[in-house]
Design a protein around this ligand. Structure first.
Ligand code: MLT
Length: 183
């Protein structure tokens, strides 16, 4: 579970429970701060990411997942990264760069985290659910569409859910994510 800007590791625990009450939950805290707000990577302005930092922090997150799996003896459990906003963006970046560590992503109000930095990882075993509002200035649909096209071109199974409104997680989004997860 990967919180949004200004959040903490506690924010999405209720969402985790709604998605799968039986799941084992890892919920870390973003290591970057921006005027006191926790984030997962640096940005230069809203929607303009420090791409080197996105890569560095997503590599760190993949290392965390690997270490946590060993530490908590999670064995062969499937891992689904669930993120909101900045947390969705780091989940997507990590899935793009480390698909065997993060093979599945549910991204609430996420966008393309690494525009122009295409890695050549094979995403044939990757599945991604992108849930977005149609009028979300923080996650423009052009960026979401570019991401979906890139994921699909590299073999990922992508499902997109669009709703009216902007940035956030609605009840309908949660229902859609429950259904996707169950499938
Ligand atoms: C980001 O910085 O990842 C996005 O703009 C969303 C956010 O404001 O956290």
């Amino acid at each position: 579970m990967l919180h949004g800007t200004g959040g903490t590791e506690h924010d999405l625990l209720g969402l985790a429970d709604a998605l799968d009450p039986q799941a084992t939950v890892l919920s870390p805290r973003g290591r970057v701060t921006e005027i006191g707000m926790n984030r997962w990577f640096r940005r230069l302005a809203e929607g303009v990411f420090d791409l080197d930092d996105v890569e560095l922090r997503s590599d760190e997150l993949a290392d965390f997942v690997t270490a946590a799996r060993a530490h908590y003896e999670l064995g062969g459990l499937n891992l689904v990264a669930v993120g909101f906003s900045n947390g969705a963006n780091v989940a997507l970046a990590t899935a793009l760069r480390h698909p065997s560590t993060v093979p599945h992503v549910i991204a609430f109000s996420g966008m393309h985290p690494l525009p122009g930095r295409v890695a050549d990882t094979d995403l044939n075993a990757t599945s991604v659910l992108l849930l977005n509002g149609e009028s979300d200035p923080m996650a423009p649909l052009a960026s979401v569409d570019a991401l979906a096209a890139e994921l699909e071109a590299r073999g990922a199974a992508v499902q997109q859910v669009r709703r009216t409104g902007g940035h956030g997680v609605t009840e309908a989004d949660v229902y859609a994510a429950q259904g996707w997860l169950a499938r």
